[in-house]
Design a protein around this ligand. Structure first.
Ligand SMILES: [Fe+2]
Length: 183
């Protein structure tokens, strides 16, 4: 069937696509720091590159999205879009690290030890319920870590950015909770 003005028509109506919001609507604060302070690179390196950091979340969600594309297209699409939000978080954290006098290396610092990010950090479960449970737990942990850091870090610019990022993680928590109840 052709529509003369607009070209080919879809053969049949597509089922209405469910688009779930994956970010909080409030704007991100500007990426600014009070002054260079390399001590603050330590907690930010955990946010970026530890086993529970943004890089792990990005890889894990894209992996899961690939596996679920056929069987759970709405969940797969949502995971892919959440991964893009985490990528945005990674970009913001990296910019803060540069302004603090460091660089956004995929190496986390904890207790005086440097741990390179690596491919064993994401969960590779193939079972949908387990995927969502792992995702929910890591979003909850991340959310609490951001709020704790925002409370402890003495630079108010960084604290407000971390609180804003935590709002997105709160949305992700609700999404995973909802998916788990709908399975
Ligand atoms: Fe998240």
């Amino acid at each position: 069937m052709m529509n003369r003005k607009n070209g080919p028509m879809p053969r049949r109506a597509e089922p209405e696509r469910q688009v779930i919001a994956v970010t909080d609507p409030s704007p991100y604060p500007p990426v600014e720091v009070d002054q260079k302070n390399t001590h603050l690179l330590v907690p930010l390196s955990l946010d970026l590159a530890s086993a529970s950091g943004e890089l792990t979340a990005i890889y894990q969600y894209i992996y899961q999205s690939i596996l679920l594309q056929e069987s759970y297209p709405v969940i797969a699409d949502t995971l892919r879009r959440i991964a893009i939000v985490e990528m945005h978080h990674m970009n913001i954290l990296g910019q803060i690290m540069v302004k603090l006098g460091g660089s956004p290396r995929a190496i986390s610092q904890f207790g005086g030890r440097a741990t390179p990010w690596n491919g064993t950090m994401p969960s590779y479960t193939k079972e949908i319920k387990q995927m969502l449970q792992v995702d929910l737990k890591s979003e909850q942990d991340t959310y609490h870590r951001y709020l704790l850091q925002a409370h402890r870090i003495s630079d108010p610019n960084i604290s407000s950015i971390l609180r804003r990022i935590a709002l997105d993680e709160e949305i992700h928590i609700k999404i995973f909770e909802r998916f788990l109840t709908e399975l």
